[in-house]
Design a protein around this ligand. Sequence first.
Ligand code: PAF
Length: 284
Amino acid sequence: MQMKVIKTVAEMKNFVRAVKKTGKTIGLVPTMGALHKGHLTLMKAAKEKCDIVIASVFVNPTQFGPNEDFAAYPREFESDCAKLESVGVDAVFHPEAAELYPSHYTAYVTVDGDITSKLCGARRPGHFRGVATVVTKLFNITEADHAFFGQKDAQQVVIIKRFVRDLNIDVAVEMVPIVRAENGLALSSRNKYLSVAEKKAALVLSASLKAAKEAYTNGEKNVAVLKSLLTKQIQAEPLADIDYVEVYSFPDLEEIETVKGQAIIALAVRFGKTRLIDNAMIGE
Ligand code: PAF
């Protein structure tokens, strides 16, 4: 089947209705485009689990703050389509902003509490409201049985799982492990913004995560010590400017003094104008 390119909600709903009539399952992979191997891994996970895979490519304006990179965010729809087709995606949803946010748009999904008020939620006010809103709309439009998100945005996955549970949305949310380049850099559409020197400097993220994981494996369970190890290593890189270095319980994102159950080491660091995030799981 040739991949369908769908631009309107009405057309997507027709497509979904036809699929549902056949009893097939739908997997959704929401993206903002500028696709890399990390995204394609999500598509492959969706192909393995579901009969029909829908990818969305939509740079969602409501999740960007006024001083963020909405205008500069890479838009590469033609090459994105070629990549999606190469992994057997059945349909790509690529609406204009006005299709999802018509004039006098007023309905938003907000997720309160500890899981939203820290990490990127604290640094990017309104970001997760925009994410939760657009993802809810995509769930409603595609009636997906499964939806796939990358672990690099682990807080996003925690928040999506929470509102799916709280709002009784009938979709299974799957978190797929981070995909890294051979040198350890987590794949991200924003890596395109980095200069050669910044790209090299950004390797400190995966290197410091690896060192912290090793320290944990060798018996270091104290969160303050782990954070201090990470901070020192990142600060030793002259081009790195730390936004946050945190260790929280996972998936509840609660403050902990000692790693007991599963925990997440989460980093956000600027290299020049580019803010990168990365994380690693430790514990049981
Ligand atoms: O992770 C992203 O690319 C975006 O936040 C998402 C989930 C596609 C919503 O716009």
